[in-house]
Design a protein around this ligand. Structure first.
Ligand code: GDP
Ligand code: MG
Length: 198
């Protein structure tokens, strides 16, 4: 359990806004361990692979987006979820290849869920205060859809343990992931904390 891993990307907006340190700091201070990191200029087809790694992503995202429009009393641009996702994917490819991206693997107990909690909901307009997206972005689907671009939400984080494994495999070679001990793991995980008192 303590070795659960998740993939985090700092998207081009995070790099451009000088938020690399701030974002990394949030994962460090919660107690997670950084086990791989690099700066990458991804290609468009690689970004498509990344987002479609879950074969259901196109359908789920399309249906979620249609529901989002209807909940707001708006008419979605298409009734076909796959057509909606095609536009989202095109815009994501433009966005994610616009500049360097930081790719990282973070490790620790419940890494996937803990990171999702720290990152916050997908749309910055409604992501909770205290989360990365809630604290540092003011974007909304209303604005990004009007401007026909991807929402600028600073980070990607794996949505499930299964996705994390596939995404880590896509972004990193096994030798790029470093196995090592952190002194702080003792206070996080050690059962009886012997060895503190002299
Ligand atoms: P995440 O895991 O929180 O990033 O969200 P998803 O995996 O559901 O979606 C991935 C990306 O697709 C998001 O970062 C957005 O760029 C885009 N996206 C998802 N849902 C919507 C939506 O309802 N509308 C629009 N315009 N884009 C969306
Ligand atoms: Mg996702």
């Amino acid at each position: 359990m303590k070795n659960e891993q998740t993939l985090i990307l700092i998207k081009p907006d995070g790099v451009q806004r000088n938020l690399i340190g701030e974002i990394i700091g949030r994962f460090e201070r919660v107690g997670l361990k950084l086990v791989a990191m690099k700066m990458v200029l991804p290609q468009s087809d690689f970004i498509e692979k990344h987002y479609t790694i879950d074969p259901e992503w196109r359908r789920i995202t399309g249906e979620k987006t249609i529901k989002g429009y209807r909940d707001k009393g708006l008419q979605p641009p298409f009734d076909d979820p796959y057509k909606i996702t095609e536009i989202i994917l095109d815009n994501l490819k433009k966005f994610m290849t616009a500049g360097p991206v930081i790719a990282m693997v973070w490790q620790g107990v419940h890494a996937v869920k803990i990171v999702r909690k720290l990152v916050g909901g997908t749309e910055p307009l409604s992501s909770d205060v205290g989360t990365i997206r809630g604290d540092f972005v003011l974007d909304s689907y209303q604005l990004s859809d009007t401007d026909d671009r991807a929402i600028r939400n600073l980070v990607h984080a794996s949505g499930s343990i299964e996705d994390a494994e596939k995404e880590i495999n896509l972004w990193f070679k096994s030798e790029e992931i470093i196995n090592y001990k952190l002194i702080s793991e003792k206070i996080l995980y050690d059962v009886d904390l012997d060895g503190i008192l002299e």
